[in-house]
Ligand binder design. Structure first.
Ligand code: OGA
Ligand code: NI
Length: 357
């Protein structure tokens, strides 16, 4: 059965662990030890409003006037300094709202129904948890439904929920529209990096899109658990929306965790490892994490946009200047293979790719 579902190749499977939503609803006492993260106590969280990430207005980018130039400069700066920004006026609001509804409805289903889409051994796709690679690994306080809607030819419909009834058609539409927004961003980014038109778009146009719907239940020890442990995304660009009105995403800036305050309707965009590497370090893939709430559940939808299967992950030759290549160049599947190993020894894929000059 394994190979039948492994169409996309990367073997990022997870060991089976308890369903966190069930655990949260049955847990009246202390939560299991595997979820407790003592390191949280040492972490500083910022309350400084000025560290909020830049807001980029897509409408300004569509004009041919000076607003456009200013907005392009702002986008370039956001990618270099923050690695994160909020995107407004992106034109995908309608489908985002529909996607939020079906996502909430899916996680409300009884466990048996959600388990119809459960992950199978050795593969990441489906309903379950991410990257549990050892029996003693600490666990995140969250469940997810992870699907790979693009390329269309590679879809594994057996993991796509049938219920709610409009889930599949909504995800189909969401996937295509978010991909479109993402490609517009690549077009702007390639111009900002001084690349020839079409350079990045050709690498990402037929790439693998992963959509991860995250469900973080409330936790009576919310100050001691992570919804999502600190990580950087392995992708080119991630486009994330927060589904309900509960904050939780935090990004690391100057050794402090900065909570992101989502603007209603905005898409939160971040540069992933692949893009940091391709830009030879000019753009930054920033470490981030999700914390959970004491009383309220939290949901988010992350869309990861990766290079196509034949792409090489390495600095683009045009962007290697006097400083030389800062990262190695390897194939896409080999690069994906670095992600689970980071859970074993704490060395991130970016660390492994970096060349110590
Ligand atoms: C992710 C992620 C943050 C969030 O899915 O990679 O960083 O706010 N999620 O859920
Ligand atoms: Ni992430």
């Amino acid at each position: 059965m394994g190979t039948e579902v492994a169409k996309n190749g990367p073997d990022l499977g997870s060991l089976p662990v308890e369903n966190v939503q069930e655990l949260a609803s049955n847990c009246s006492k202390e939560i299991p030890h595997r979820y407790i993260r003592p390191e949280m106590i040492l972490d500083k969280t910022s309350t400084d409003e000025s560290s909020q990430v830049p807001v980029i207005d897509m409408e300004n980018l569509a004009t041919s006037h000076s607003e456009c130039q200013n907005e392009m400069a702002k986008l370039h700066q956001a990618c270099k300094e923050f690695g994160f920004f909020q995107l407004v006026n992106h034109g995908a609001s309608m489908v985002i709202e529909k996607m939020k509804v079906v996502t909430e409805d899916f996680f409300k289903l009884p466990l048996e129904q959600k388990m119809a889409c459960a992950q199978v051994p050795n593969h990441i796709e489906g309903y379950g948890q991410t990257f549990v690679v050892s029996e003693d690994q600490k666990l995140d306080w969250g469940d997810m439904l992870f699907l790979f809607p693009l390329p269309v030819s590679q879809r594994n419909m057996r993991f796509w929920p049938n219920s709610p009834t409009s889930f599949r058609s909504t995800l189909d539409e969401y996937s295509l529209q978010i991909h479109k927004v993402c490609m517009s961003l690549f077009k702007l980014i390639e111009a900002n990096l001084g690349l020839e038109p079409g350079k990045l778009c050709s690498i990402y146009q037929d790439g693998i899109q992963g959509i991860r719907m995250n469900y973080y239940p409330p936790c009576r020890q919310a100050d001691k658990v992570f919804g999502a442990s600190p990580h950087s995304d392995g992708t080119g660009l991630t486009l994330l929306v927060q589904v309900n009105d509960v904050q939780g995403l935090q990004i690391k800036k100057s050794n402090t965790w900065v909570p992101i305050k989502p603007i209603p309707g905005a898409i939160i965009v971040n540069i992933g490892d692949m893009m940091e590497i391709m830009s030879n370090g000019e753009y930054r893939s920033i470490e981030h994490r999700a914390v959970v709430d004491f009383q309220k559940e939290r949901l988010s939808i992350a869309a990861f946009h990766n290079a196509n299967l034949t792409a090489k992950i390495g600095p683009l030759p045009e962007l290697v200047k006097e400083n030389g290549a800062q990262y190695k160049t390897i194939g896409l599947l080999e690069f994906f293979g670095l992600i689970p190993s980071s859970k074993l020894d704490g060395k991130s894929p970016l660390d492994r790719m970096r060349i110590d000059n």
